[in-house]
Design a protein. Sequence first.
Length: 728
Amino acid sequence: VRLGTLAARGLYNLIEPDTALAGLVAVSALAVLLGWFYGPVLAAVGIVGASAAPFLVGGSSDAPWVFFYYFALIALAGLAVDTVKRWAWVSAVVLIATVAGSTLLFLDDAGDLHFLIFLALTTVAATATPVRSAVPGHDGPGFMVALMPRAEGTLRKLPDFPTRLVAGMMAVSSFAGWVVATDTRTADMELLALVFLMAMMALAVVWMRRAPALVEMPVLPGAAFLATIATGGAEGGPLLRQAQEAMTRAPETAPPMTYSILVVMGAIGTVLLFWRMIWAERSEGGLTLTPRALSAAVFLPTVLFILSFLWQPEMLLGDYGWALHVIAAAALLTFLAERTARMAQGEDKLLRVGFFAVAALVLIALALFLLLTKAALTLALGVMLVLVVLLDRRFDLPLLDGFVQLGVVVLGYRLTIDPGIERALDAPIPEMVVTYGGSLILMGAAWFLAAHRKGTAMRVMLESGVWTVAAVFANLVLIRAIGKSDADKHWAIGPMAAIWFGSAANQLYRQRVGSRFAKTLRGLLAVLFTLVGLGFTLLLVTFANPLLNWREPVLGVPVFSSLAVAFLPMAAVFAVAAWKVSTPAGSGFKPLVAFSGLAASCYAALEIRHLWQGPFIGLQLGVKDGELYTYTVVLLLTSFALLFIAFARRSVALRKLAMVGVGLTIAKVFLIDMAGLSGLIRVASFMGLGLSLAALAWLNRVMERQWSRDKDEGDENAADTAADDPSA
């Protein structure tokens, strides 16, 4: 009959399109009815035929949107067959056929709104009809359970067919809503598509609340809603263009409510998810409450951040107007945090409260970014850190630990990078002092107040932030005191290197206590600070070195000159580090002592040259005789001093170092100093050197004899003690 109808219309043009369509529909309905009694194949043939009929008869229609509802009726009929006969594949066939037919109509511009209504009706039918219930009660595992790891030897639990049917239709409807919004050319249709997605989300949250297997369904339209806003902002959709065009409106014309509507829709989504969490706790005994709280807490902030970064609403509303929207959203999340603290139960109560609290704090920070100047924003972030720590002390919310860590990172980024050090060097001195000094005080206060979280990542991050900001602040104070034009001079670079080396030593000193995370972070900071210090040191010994740069003068008088400012702080830092950070038996003691001695030696050598050459000590000036002999005398006296210290401390290492100094002195005298002498002066010099070497040899022999005597006496005392003590 169907073939005859098609032949009468297509081959011989004997009947009109309307008559042919009516005939095909009647034949398909008869096939579905017969299939009800004689098997699923005949029912499937009828369904496919009814779905294909509008495309087979040809012709045109003044109201093509009617066919969307025609396909909805076909879907309902096919699902009704399945709910009685339990032919699951018939439901799959009817949904595929009707959705495909409706999609073809949509692509032919038959009506975007009617396409969305068809999807909503079909989703409702696919949810309620197979389970024969006006309120879904799908039981069994959901998709989240199916994706979770299973125990060895157990079978994976897959969702039941009705659950898979609903998930498929919800996914199709969500994707179609995104397609309609991104494909349309009108702002009204894009807004209607967003309303459709929010309605589908409400349907999944409220209507499907009694169906444990459908617990994940709100994720699909919610994600599509966020994706639609993001796509509209990135690609310049009709809603965004409408808002941008409104910027050129007449002053007496009110701006469009686009951004307010989107924020309200985001708030509705958060409230729906919050209500679902509370309802689930009361009715289901606390199943999956934590992910529901997390989704409720992040939905509205995500909407606001997408709008802020992709839609730039402050261009239309102004910074203050958009900040009011953000603060209103923060107030809503604060209220939900209070409601959760008052109404929620269970072990994860504090975690759920923390989700909403952190979301509110993030939005408050966003509002501060919009309203405050750079310096005020930095201080406001410091104040927020203190308040968050106080909030944690009052309510014991461990989740705020992560927010504090993020706050320390953001505050450190602002103080060092953007606007950072470059801005601080150009800003007025009071502003720089208030910004960095205030941030240091606030971060230190937060560190002190976080004593109840001793050993946690939050307190370690605060501690590290305090020392980092202190080092940066000290550098800035030094540069501003010296003057920006002199910041590349040796008397400025040396103290900067000392500050960073001191910060690294402090981190190493604090390695003695704390958790593994704390020790790891402190070690990384020590490496970072050391690298910065080495960078400044490299500048000091190359470009800023007055010995290599003849334009670099030495200021001040000998001994108390700019060379002392450049090198002695570093020597002191390494000496204190060797004293406090390491022990004489430790692996770091000798390198630290060596670096301290090297810095002091550089100061002494350059200061001797300054004594003989004056302010400019470049190598191109050569070496004077007095300067040459002064080096020898100082080297000899240093060797004597090391020998005496080695004798007092019984240090073999210092004794060897003194002998090395003696050897260098001898080599210098014979190879360099004596070359410029003659006559009696040369003879006297040799005699003086000989007497000095003889004195050193005698002193070395005395030291060996004394050490041997002390060792023998110690052995005899030990033997006497062992003889007197029978238990020894």
